[in-house]
Design a protein around this ligand. Structure first.
Ligand code: SAH
Length: 338
């Protein structure tokens, strides 16, 4: 085991034993990395001096804060530098008593959605488990506050990195102490994978980036939709609800003149009738690489009302940190070349 971050108590205990240390040091190590935010073994003052200095150069798997930008509403966007020099984005979003972290699951993203800054920048690689968990520890450390909620809505497509995402979720829950119900995995949908996710009995919330009320509009926005008909995606989501007993959130980005008229809302409501779900409307965050517009408030309200009139549970996502490059992947894009 290279990186200790993301490892469970049994894994850490096993590791200290391999280092010829007594098993209880595993518990100490667990506490120091997850509760006290230790960045290196040399900081762990309860460890014997000799061992600490022998292990001082051992990287436990924390990333480095390369840049951070705070917006007036308190949202902080981070660029984190990974051990191979790659950069990923993470966002800390405080509200009332909550602290939400928007985590990345990949460096870049291969899905190439037309409205998404990350998608425009191409794909580098999957994130390792420790690189996902580190994002939460970093936000916790900078805010000096416990993280209460996680959303996998940063860079990347989580269902293309299932193994590392699921083991990061385990660690966030068991090691850091974040309730599974407060963890949301957002996906654009990869054929067969939503259904498969149901088998993991995750107890996390599934959010599906629908963004369109019909196949033609969806294909225009999301290239991968060509291989995944809307009906097939919705069927898989229905099955997910049936198997898990948990409702699905449908994310729907509102793009003026593209998918935001009343007829789209009615079409969407027709698809979702009787479906145990919730629609989360996301007013578009402008990015320089695309030519879309955010609809005005009147238009947003009209869309909301058309859904409400048809008994669809709907909410509008509040835009946070707009002046700090709010859209996913935007801050990193503005540092292109780093
Ligand atoms: N790949 C996953 C998770 C990452 S994106 C997914 O597609 O769900 C998280 C959410 O942010 C998605 O719903 C995505 O469509 C949305 N998003 C991306 N770019 C955006 C933009 N410019 N404005 C508003 N929402 C955006």
């Amino acid at each position: 085991m290279k990186a200790l971050i993301g490892a469970s108590l049994p894994e850490l205990t096993e590791w200290v034993r391999e280092q010829q240390q007594p098993a209880y040091r595993g518990q100490q190590l667990h506490q120091w990395i997850y509760q006290r935010g230790a960045r290196s073994l040399s900081e762990i003052s309860v460890f014997p001096k000799q061992w600490r200095s022998d292990m001082a150069d051992w990287a436990i798997g924390r990333s480095e804060i390369y840049h951070q930008a705070k917006s007036i509403d308190g949202t902080v966007k981070f660029l984190l530098r990974l051990s191979d020099g790659q950069i990923v984005e993470t966002v800390g979003i405080p509200s009332d008593k909550r602290l939400t972290v928007c985590v990345s699951s990949q460096v870049g993203c291969p899905m190439a959605c037309d409205f998404c800054a990350t998608g425009k920048g191409g794909f580098e690689r999957n994130l390792e488990r420790h690189e996902i968990v580190d994002q939460v520890l970093t936000v916790q450390e900078v805010f000096q506050q416990r993280v209460s909620n996680i959303v996998f809505m940063g860079m990347g497509e989580p269902l293309l990195n299932v193994e590392n995402v699921l083991s990061a979720v385990r660690s966030m829950n068991e090691d850091i102490g974040i309730g599974r119900r407060f963890i949301t995995i957002s996906t654009v949908g990869i054929p067969g994978r939503i259904r498969k996710l149901a088998d993991h009995h995750l107890q996390a919330t599934l959010a599906v980036s629908l963004h369109a009320s019909n196949q033609a509009v969806r294909e225009r926005l999301i290239p991968s939709a060509r291989q995944y008909p809307l009906e097939a995606l919705l069927d898989e989501c229905r099955e997910y609800v049936k198997l898990t007993g948990r409702r699905v959130t449908f994310e729907y980005i509102l793009l003026a003149g593209v998918n935001d008229c009343r007829d789209h809302a009615i079409e969407l409501a027709d698809h979702l009738r009787g479906f145990q779900s919730h629609v989360n409307l996301i007013p578009y965050n402008p990015i320089s690489e695309a030519d879309y517009q955010r609809p005005d408030q009147r238009r947003i309200t009209q869309f909301v009302n058309a859904l409400k009139d048809r008994n669809i549970a709907v909410s509008v996502r509040k835009t946070r940190g707009l002046e700090a490059d709010a859209a996913c992947g935007q801050l990193r894009a503005s540092f292109a070349g780093v």
